[in-house]
Write a protein that binds this ligand. Sequence first.
Ligand SMILES: Cc1cc2nc3c(=O)[nH]c(=O)nc-3n(C[C@H](O)[C@H](O)[C@H](O)COP(=O)(O)OP(=O)(O)OC[C@H]3O[C@@H](n4cnc5c(N)ncnc54)[C@H](O)[C@@H]3O)c2cc1C
Length: 355
Amino acid sequence: MTRRHGDSDVWQFDTSPCHRVVIPASRGFCEAAAAIGVTVAADEPLTRHTTFHIGGPADLCAVANDIGRLERLTELAVAHALPLTILGGGSNILVSDDGLRGLVIVNQARDFGLRAADLRWDEAEAALPAGEANVLAAAGTALAGLARWTIKQGLAGLEWAVSVPGTVGGAVVGNAGAHGSDIAGTLAWALVAYPGQGRQLLRPVELEFAYRNSLLKRQLASGERPVVLAAGFRLTPGDPTMLAARAEGFLARRRASQPTEPSAGSIFRNPAGDYAGRLIEAVGLKGQRVGGAQISPRHANFIVNVAQATAGDVLALIDLARGRVYEQFGIELVPEILFVGEWPTQPPYAPLRGM
Ligand SMILES: Cc1cc2nc3c(=O)[nH]c(=O)nc-3n(C[C@H](O)[C@H](O)[C@H](O)COP(=O)(O)OP(=O)(O)OC[C@H]3O[C@@H](n4cnc5c(N)ncnc54)[C@H](O)[C@@H]3O)c2cc1C
């Protein structure tokens, strides 16, 4: 059950796993959040905020529904020494069964449009460069919805994204892509806050985009806390009917090849010149089950939650697939998904024999 913070019900965090003590240390944070119109929930199950429907509770959880509140909440978290995690659509992560200590911000800042004024953020005009982008989106905007809207506007460049779950912020972090295109192809800039240290406007070259990777993804993995506030895209004119047909073709390919059960999309990056799904199938693991998790019988690079799977079940399948593929092919499969929360080891998956 989700509890709301009241005067007598406030948590403090100990650095050791799963030792939460009820003392009034985060009351100040909750009061400051309330002052900007944000309610903070305690012990929020993250099964509700991930497409895998897996994950233990967040100690504290707040929804940011505009850019100003997103930035303010991150600053408050730092000021109150709360560990901080931003969730977009929760579609590329595995949250540990112990959940997340500190504050989780669910980013629902979803304003977008053709100009800075569309972002419902007082500081937009001053903070964003004029003329470099013709579509602007708050980081919590659903990427697929933005893609559909740009198609209707007769703007080409995001058709590939109509089938990709998650938010613009998550897509910038992971350089999301499909059908031979990716975020790096049309992004003009991303406005990134480093809580307690100010904002940076980063262009693609500074974001160091690579296949499903970026500077921000590496920073997150090393414990830094970049927060994507907004992104600008440079799209080109196109015929809406032709763009819609192209997008529909991509959707049809998806429907024919991908599972429909809860998942986090592709588990592993494709190794150079090959496909993770092909390799996992070749070692006989398609359909393999551990607990409530299964390597999808439809697409072997998807692990699906078929019966209240735990993060531990998914991790066991990841270890199994990595181990078998390495033994038979000498290829190391590298997870594409991000692991968040507390795990006994870092990275949480087992080392390969001999590496
Ligand atoms: C069915 C399915 C199909 C998929 N297909 C594809 C595909 O074709 N191509 C592809 O690339 N991906 C695919 N994915 C994976 C996923 O949709 C993308 O990686 C997506 O871009 C993740 O966005 P998100 O908002 O859900 O990020 P989340 O999963 O919420 O977060 C991912 C990481 O980014 C961080 N983050 C999120 N928002 C912010 C922010 N504003 N600031 C700072 N950090 C942030 C989080 O802390 C986390 O570390 C698929 C997933 C599913 C479930």
